[in-house]
Design a protein. Structure first.
Length: 115
């Protein structure tokens, strides 16, 4: 795999590792965290590890892209806001869309052998 593809793989994986790990770290240090958030954060960390390691890269990146699409629609529904409140939601929604694009590209550039 080319070095720039490997770098993209690690950078995209870091999003899941850092954010999931951060929420778990906060919970370990007394921040009240719902059980569902703990479960999802654990899944994020695992997904980040698997993407970073390149295990089933196509499937893991497409799974991550799907999860981010769902997260964007549920967590950042900018269409329900107006005025100044819309901007931050739109920004977060579009950030997720950019990550989805990167994950879809990575799914096609992975380690699949060509015949």
């Amino acid at each position: 795999m080319k070095i720039e593809v490997r770098l993209a793989q690690w950078l995209l994986a870091s999003v899941f590792l850092v954010m999931g790990g951060f929420r778990l770290w906060q919970a370990l240090h007394g921040v009240a965290t719902p059980n569902m958030a703990l479960l999802l954060s654990t899944g994020e960390v695992l997904l980040g590890i698997l993407i970073a390691a390149g295990w089933q890269l196509r499937g893991m990146t497409l799974l991550a892209a799907t999860l981010l699409l769902v997260d964007a629609a549920q967590s950042h529904p900018f269409w329900h806001y107006s005025g100044a409140a819309m901007g931050p939601q739109l920004l977060q929604f579009m950030k997720n869309m950019g990550l989805v694009g990167g994950l879809v590209l990575l799914s096609t550039a992975g380690g699949a052998r060509r015949r």
